[in-house]
Design a protein around this ligand. Structure first.
Ligand code: PEP
Length: 252
């Protein structure tokens, strides 16, 4: 049985005071006995502080991005081993905002994926189509290409122990959520495609849905067979919303 995960991407929000208040509330409301992984992804400057506060293991810490390089003259970048050093367990790679705003292509994302694994962290590979691509009937082609970039560079074995996040770009931060059926269809497509290469990896692989997940739609989304939890942006900034989303995952 795959263990569900709820990941909270804080994006470029927060401050030391606001984070402390949010983490205190989460500490009080998220339950250690829930059989799911709960992870927060603060901006990189707050990672060490966040990890220091979350030492009991109930809530994990992850980074929103990482360098593909291991060390050297890469001003402004942060390596995977540095993220591990300050207490991160996970790293997002290929979030659509980085693909779009920072022009990260599939090859760079695949290199980042390997850098994360090389440092002993778990990569969460984000994939998803734009509205234009969906309307052109190209959703499967786009997500397949994005996952294939990792498989072609590192082999199918690289997906073992990693996490995928299907995040339709048109649903991120827009309030427009994919229907549970739309999410399930893409998740099943991805899992089925991976199954043709390795049945065990496909069965174990966690595929999160992201795109305007909130307390009011989480249970319905998580009830889908191939939806193994959520990558939550805006709603993860509210302790109450995040707690309800985690509770919905725990109740599945
Ligand atoms: C995200 O940041 O990955 C995301 C899904 O954001 P939101 O939940 O706000 O749509």
């Amino acid at each position: 049985m795959r263990r569900l995960m709820v990941a909270g991407n804080w994006k470029m929000h927060g401050s030391r005071a606001a984070n402390a208040a949010l983490l205190t509330e989460l500490d009080l409301t998220l339950k250690a006995e829930w059989p799911i992984d709960m992870v927060v992804f603060p901006p990189s400057v707050y990672l060490a502080d966040t990890a220091r506060r979350l030492t009991d293991g109930v809530i994990g810490v992850g980074a929103q991005d990482v360098s593909a390089e291991s060390a050297g003259a890469f001003t402004g970048q942060v390596s995977a081993s540095m993220l591990k050093d300050v207490g991160c367990l996970y790293t997002l790679v290929g979030h659509s905002e980085r693909r779009q705003l920072n022009r990260e292509d599939d090859a760079l994302v695949a290199r980042k994926f390997a850098a994360v694994q090389g440092a002993g962290l778990i990569p969460i590979l984000c994939v998803g189509e734009t509205l234009q691509e969906r309307e052109a009937g190209n959703t499967e082609g786009v997500v397949a290409r994005q996952v294939d970039a990792v498989i072609n560079m590192h082999g199918i074995g690289a997906l073992a122990g990693s996490v995928l996040a299907y995040e339709p770009v048109w649903a991120i931060g827009t309030g427009r959520t994919a229907s549970p059926e739309q999410a399930q269809a893409v998740h099943a497509f991805l899992r089925g495609r991976i199954r043709t290469q390795d049945a065990n990896i496909a069965t174990e692989l966690r595929i999160l849905y992201g795109g305007s997940v909130k307390a009011s739609n989480a249970a319905e989304l998580f009830s889908m067979t191939d939806v193994d939890g959520g990558l939550v942006g805006g709603a993860s900034l509210s302790a109450d919303e995040f707690q309800q989303i985690c509770a919905a995952a725990a109740a599945r």
